[in-house]
Design a protein around this ligand. Structure first.
Ligand code: 4AD
Ligand code: MG
Length: 477
């Protein structure tokens, strides 16, 4: 007899089947009803035990968290709440679970508590739903690019360059910190290091992806990236996954079209394939909303929010237009932002981004043509000499979800921009080569995968959408 998953059994039409199933006990009620879950679905299957037929010593071991192997018959359920259930003929306890110490009790646990038990939190409904959605979204990412002629490129994790020019990198070194070799002028001698130079964990695979776009045409990376910024917020991780497509002969307008089409496609995928988990998370959020004052409640459910994104055009607004709106708007009762934008050229704070998306336009917004001085060195300078062809996509409840740009393809201007922020040409000689040999217009963007998972699950803390979050002072697992 072939083993089946709970998900398969619950969708069975025919009953009176011999079944064989393994999973973890969620609850064991009245010495009779086991709620069994195996991770294949949010739902448990009820397994009915005729306790008179089983030895007391076996029944005692059926506790919350125990792993069990059940053989029996799938029958129509007599009780309410489920169509089918298993009449248990045989039960073997594969792994005991001490009910006194098992952290995941059949009750509501706080997210803080579950973060401390991240190794067991996927045994709850909420986290199993989130992680199934995370998996489905990664599949949808690869599916989209595969169907649209992109090649998947693996960018290196250890690099010698700072792709964002922001200096927020984790150093990688094979040198013994207790006995670091020094140069004559007292600096760390990286020539003695494994790589013979100073290296770090990548902050973005973009620069390497550009080299592949300039030969394979359309490529994307999807891998872990690392930022040593000390931001202890609900939207930042020190290790996060980024999706970075890069396309030759594509300008900024094409980049916006690609990003919008891509985001709509991956969200449509989960709406079509993960309905059960989305409905569960939707219900969770509805219950949470009920505890808020009426005025603060969201007027859309999670599924409505996802559908809204797939069915409506993103609003495209230049930085200059956005600044004009922000200067003339009254965001709240006090009619002020905490951080006032008094002049053109100031970077937007998350309160401004969220105001534009959630209060003003009430839809996803693509902001473009930012001032050059607040954006990275590699972005294509516009003819006005002061703005660059950058774009950020802002999502309701999330803020910035995508950052991208058309790249500076002109060698002389790129060199000037690097010199302005002291990036030595020797450090990026290979990147400059792309502009020397067969340069062309090209563009790409980076999507923070966890921010996408937050949007798709309605979770408000980024620590709850990645298996083992890395944040300041947090690397327990
Ligand atoms: O805006 P960022 O820094 O852009 C880049 O790294 C470009 N090289 C991307 C490209 O053009 N290929 O990061 C891109 C996205 C952000 O919009 C955000 O969604 C996410 O990555 N992100 C983070 N997510 C979680 N934790 C952090 N610390 C993040 N920093 C950026
Ligand atoms: Mg950004």
């Amino acid at each position: 007899m072939q083993s089946r998953t709970v998900s398969e059994l619950l969708s069975q039409q025919t009953t009176l089947l011999e079944v064989d199933i393994k999973g973890w006990v969620r609850t064991f009620r009245a010495n009779r009803f086991i709620a069994l879950n195996d991770g294949s679905t949010i739902n448990n299957i009820q397994c009915v035990v005729d306790f008179e037929k089983f030895d007391e010593s076996v029944l005692k071991r059926i506790t919350t968290g125990a792993a069990v192997h059940i053989k029996g018959e799938l029958v129509e359920s007599q009780g309410k709440g489920q169509k089918v259930e298993i009449q248990v003929h045989n039960i073997e306890v594969l792994g005991d679970s001490d009910p006194e110490t098992y952290p995941i009790q059949p009750k509501k646990h706080s997210f803080e508590f579950l973060r401390e038990n991240a190794h067991l939190r996927t045994r709850t409904n909420t986290f199993s739903a989130i992680m199934r959605l995370r998996s489905a979204l990664s599949f949808a990412v690869h599916k989209y690019f595969n169907e649209n002629g992109f090649y998947y490129m693996h960018a290196p994790i250890i690099t010698g360059s700072d792709a964002e020019g922001a200096g927020e990198m984790f150093k990688v070194s094979s040198l013994d910190p207790k006995n670091t070799p020094l140069t004559e002028d007292g600096k760390v001698d990286y020539s003695k290091d494994f790589f013979g130079k100073e290296t770090n964990l990548t902050v973005s695979g973009q620069l390497e992806a550009e080299t592949y776009a300039m030969s394979l045409g359309k490529v994307y990376t999807f891998g872990p990236t690392f930022r040593a910024e000390n931001s202890n917020t609900s939207r930042h991780l020190a290790e996060f996954w980024m999706i970075e497509p890069e396309v030759a002969f594509m300008d900024l307008a094409g980049n916006m079209d690609l990003a919008e089409d891509f985001l709509k496609s991956v969200i449509t995928h989960v709406l079509e394939h993960n309905q059960e988990d989305l409905e569960f998370l939707d219900q969770r959020l509805l219950n949470e909303e009920k505890s808020k004052p009426q005025a603060e409640r969201s007027d859309m459910s999670l599924i409505e929010k996802l559908k809204f994104v797939t069915e409506n055009n993103f609003k495209r607004v230049s930085y200059t237009e956005a600044i004009d709106i922000l200067r003339s708007c009254k965001p709240n009762k006090k009619k002020k932002f905490k951080y006032i934008i008094d002049e053109w050229g100031t970077d937007l704070q998350s309160e401004h981004e969220r105001f534009l998306v959630e209060k003003h336009f009430k839809c996803p917004v693509i902001l473009f043509d930012y001032p050059a001085n607040i954006k990275a060195f590699y972005m294509r300078l516009n003819e006005d000499g002061k703005t660059v062809r950058a774009m950020d996509i802002l999502f309701p409840g999330i803020g910035e979800i995508v950052g991208g740009a058309q790249r500076e393809e002109r060698l002389d201007i790129l060199k000037e921009r690097m010199a302005a922020i002291d990036i030595p040409e020797e450090d990026l000689w290979w990147y400059l080569d792309l502009r020397k040999y067969g340069t062309a217009v090209h563009s790409g963007f980076g999507l923070g995968f966890e921010r996408l998972v937050m949007f798709a699950t309605g979770m408000t803390n980024i620590r709850d959408v990645i298996p083992f979050p890395r944040t300041p002072h947090n690397a327990e697992f």
